[in-house]
Design a protein. Sequence first.
Length: 419
Amino acid sequence: MALVLILLGLLIYLMSANGGRTHNWNEHYKELSKEPYGLAVVFKLLKAQAKVGKFTLLKKRLNIALPTKPAEKSNYVFVGAGQFLDSADVQTLLKFVYNGNDAFIATQVLPFRLMAKLYRGTCKEDEWAILNYYQDRGVEANFLHPDLRQKQPFDFTYRTTYPDSLYDWHFFDRGYFCDDPDGFVALGQINGSKTNFVRVRHGRGHLYLHSNPLFFTNLFMVSQRGKQYAEAALGHLSAGPVYWDCTSKVNRAVAENMNADGQGRPRRDFNRPSPLSYILSQPPLAWAWYTLLGTTLVYFLFRIKRRQRIIPVLPANKNNSLAFIRTIGRLYFLQNSHRQLVLQKMKLFLQFVRDRYKIQTRELQEDFVDQLSLKSEIKAERIQKILDMYRAIDFSPEIQERTLADFHQQIESFYKNCK
C-alpha cells in the first residue's frame, strides 16, 4: 500500500510541477489563463473595448443569465473547442439574436441543436455532426471583404511540446451552404479556398460562426498580426455591451458525442450531462480521474501477486586476500626468509597499483613506469628504482636483512607520497 501511495504522489507531482519555465499546451480556452492556449488577451481586449459596466461574464446557463431583450444592441461571445447548449439555451440564444443582437461563436464543433433550429430542415441534418478538417502544422487565413482582405495572408502555426505534431484545421464544407436566402455567407477562408468564417442572419440579428477558435488564443494574440486578425473578425460585432459565455465549454470529444446523440444515435442523453462527462472535459479533473484508475490498477496488480516470506539479506563477501598475504609476510620474516618477504611485498605493491590506478602489471616496462608516475605523481626515477631492486632480489637466491629494509623503505615512501 505504501508503494501505491508513493506512485500516486509521484504522478500528482509530475502533473502539477512545471519547473517555473514550462507551459501548459492543452487547449483549455480559459478566460483568465495566460498559457499559450488560454484566452486572457482577447478577453481583456473585449473587456477594454466595452463601455464601463457593459461587459458581463455569464457564470450561469444561457437560459438564466442571457437576456433575450437587452436595453441596447448587444453581443454574445463564445470561444472554445466545443459548446454544450441544451434546448432551453438554444431557444434563449436564438431569441437574443432574433431581437437584433449579434452572436460570435468560435468552436471546432457547431452545436447540432442550434444549427437544426436555424435551418429547420433546409440543410441535411447530418451535415452538422462534425465539421470537415484537414491536418497540417500551419495554415494561412484571410478575409473575403475587400476592406479586410490582406495582400499577405495571416499565418497561424500550431505549437506544442511535440515539434512535429499536426493540427486539425476545421472549415465549413460546401454542403453547409444551402439554397437559403438567410443561409451562410462566407466571410473568411483558410489556405485560399476553405471557408472558416461565416455569417448567418436570424431575425434582425446575425450569428458569426468561426471554425478555428485557436486563432484567438494567447499564442497568436500576443503578435501584431494575430491581434490584427482577431480585431478584424470581432469587428463584425456591434459596439454595444458584451456577454462572454464561460459556462457552455466542453472539449471537442464531448461536443462531437453530443452532436451524434442529437441525430438519434444510441448514446447518452446530453441534455443533462453526467458528472463523468464534466470531469473528462476539465483537464485537472480528468488527470485526477485517470490517476485514480491507474493507482487502483497498480494496487490490484501488487495484491494478486503470490505472497512469500521475506528473503533475508546476505552479507557481502569480504576480500581476505590482502590479510592473508600480510600474515604470510610476517611468517617469512620470523623465519628469516627475507627474499620471500620481498616477493610478497611486491605482490602487495602491484595489487595496490591495480586497485587504485587501474594499471595492468603484467609487463613492468617503461610504459608501466610512465603511467604510474603520471597517475601517482611520484617521480619515474623512484618507481624505476623499486622495479630495479625487485628484479635484483628476484634473481638472487638469498638476500640480507639490510636489502629487505631498503626495499621496504622505498615501498613505504611510495605509499606515503602517492596521490
